[in-house]
Design a protein around this ligand. Structure first.
Ligand code: TYD
Ligand code: MG
Length: 457
């Protein structure tokens, strides 16, 4: 009879304990320990199977210049956005985790990649949907590729068997939470299963140099379901985010062993799949004929990319008791702070007003450079005086009403210039910039009051 033992795993951080405990000593979370059964005979088997443990071969140090260069062999995904977030293409033998909320478009993105890759064999392993469902989706995306194979399987040993027969160049797993390995008895999706399957895939990809993409679900609080250790095992973690009610999606690199983590990719979800958005500013600026009050355009950065985005504010008298403060896409506490600055430094009276703020496109903006546009939108609505639509803003606002410098101002200005803006307000403290080649007028200011005079006289 197989000897089994149970181990308790923290569902949050993956820590193990021989007995149940209420509070995890490692991550400090309460009530996260869950019992999982582990087969002891299999543990030994596992050690044997692990080639690095099998032979205690000595690894000799080699000069770094003699190590193979991986940059040369990156596989082009034919998707500008995906290439960008991966750091220039798919690295052989890499394990990439794609996290995101249900319904955001992870399966669509990966199937599109599988269909798009030309001249390589791709295996799409699905444990979530049937092959007919995948077929339907593939028809929707509308790309034909004879080299794309679908496998409905959840057992990892079976998957390896099939990959040996098929010899694909790229493997996609949808999703890691549906996989199971014979070496762990607990159900699919449990911490030990997820961790063991990921470790096996990592070993497999390193041994065979086949890049593997893993889709992972996200828990309510925004973490990739399964322990944090999952993120340590894989080489790259990509987060697919966006509001399900809007069509824009952002693919963000949160970890990358082969490139920068400040890259983002932007997509639009259409009826026939995801379309890479090459010029995000154009879609985030609404087309309008007249100048309306309460609208100001901010020039912000997401990762390394500048784009222009519309901030909209509505300030109305509050009739029902406590005035309302509400904000979408922008931190409401920061909005309150900006309101207090306007109140104290520029003589506005927001105390009896309802204030609503909205960032267009369903995006969440954390770049402080949007402050100046928020202030302009708020005061424009308060005064009911429009800000001319060809004006952009890019600066942070401090507590004493000072207008502060922001990073990469040149890129921001040239983006606004490229899109035909006529004037941009920036901080006086931003370094000298060369405006000779630009058509846009750059106005530098140091205080909020100064901006109010410039805008509303
Ligand atoms: P899906 O890839 O199934 O999400 P996930 O795998 O992250 O759960 O995407 C589901 C949504 O995308 C679904 O609501 C339908 C929509 N969709 C489109 O709008 N256009 C398309 O071409 C496809 C395939 C899906
Ligand atoms: Mg899916």
């Amino acid at each position: 009879m197989a000897k089994t033992k149970s181990i308790y795993f923290c569902q949050n951080c993956g820590n193990q304990s021989p007995k149940w405990i209420g509070k995890c000593p490692v991550c400090g979370e309460w009530n996260t320990y869950v019992e999982e059964v582990i087969d002891k005979d299999v543990e030994k088997l596992k050690e044997k199977r692990n080639p690095s443990a099998k032979k205690n071969e000595e690894n000799k140090p080699i000069p770094v210049k003699d190590v193979h260069d991986i940059e040369m062999r990156r596989l082009d995904t034919l998707d500008t956005e995906l290439n960008r977030v991966l750091g220039g293409g798919i690295v052989p033998g890499s394990l990439v985790l794609i996290g995101g909320e249900p319904g955001i478009g992870k399966s669509t993105l990966m199937l599109q990649l599988a269909l798009q890759l030309k001249g390589v064999k791709v295996l799409y392993v699905t444990g979530e949907e049937s092959d007919q469902q995948i077929k339907l989706r593939a028809e929707r995306i509308g790309i034909k590729n004879e080299q794309c194979f679908i496998l409905t399987e959840t057992n990892i040993q079976q998957i390896f068997k099939q990959t040996e027969a098929l010899a694909p160049d790229v493997i996609i797993i949808d999703s890691i939470q549906t996989l199971n390995t014979v070496y762990v008895e607990s159900p699919a999706g449990s911490v030990s299963q997820v961790r063991e399957c990921t470790a096996e895939l990592q070993r497999y990809s390193k041994e065979t140099s086949i890049p593997i993409f893993l889709i992972g679900h996200i828990t309510k609080d925004g973490m990739i379901a399964g322990p944090k250790v999952l993120e340590h095992i894989v080489d790259t973690v990509l987060q697919f985010e966006g509001d399900r009610n809007y069509t824009y999606r952002i693919l963000r690199t949160t970890k990358n062993r082969f490139g920068s983590t400040s890259e983002i990719g932007i997509y639009e979800m259409l009826g026939d799949g995801l379309r890479p958005v090459l010029n995000p500013s154009e879609i985030l600026l609404t087309q309008r004929e007249d100048d309306l009050s309460g609208i100001a355009i901010a020039c912000m950065m997401e990762g390394m990319r500048p784009f222009l985005i519309e901030t909209q504010a509505l300030v109305t008298p509050a009739f029902y008791g406590t005035p309302q403060r509400s904000s979408t896409g922008f931190d409401v506490r920061r909005m309150n702070m900006l309101l207090a600055v306007l109140e104290k430094r520029a003589g506005f009276r927001f105390g009896t007003k309802d204030v609503f703020l909205n960032i267009a496109g369903g995006l969440r903006v954390e770049d402080p450079a949007i402050d100046l546009a928020v202030i302009s939108a708020l005061t424009s609505s308060y005064n009911d005086m429009p800000v001319p639509s060809k004006i952009a803003f890019s600066a942070e606002v401090g507590l004493s009403g000072e207008v502060r410098a922001v990073s990469r101002i040149d890129q921001r200005i040239s983006e606004a210039d490229k899109l035909g803006f006529e004037k941009i307000f920036i901080s006086k403290f931003n370094q000298k910039i060369d405006t000779k080649k630009l058509n846009i007028e750059v106005v530098t200011i140091s205080r909020v009051q100064q901006l109010m005079e410039e805008l509303f006289g």
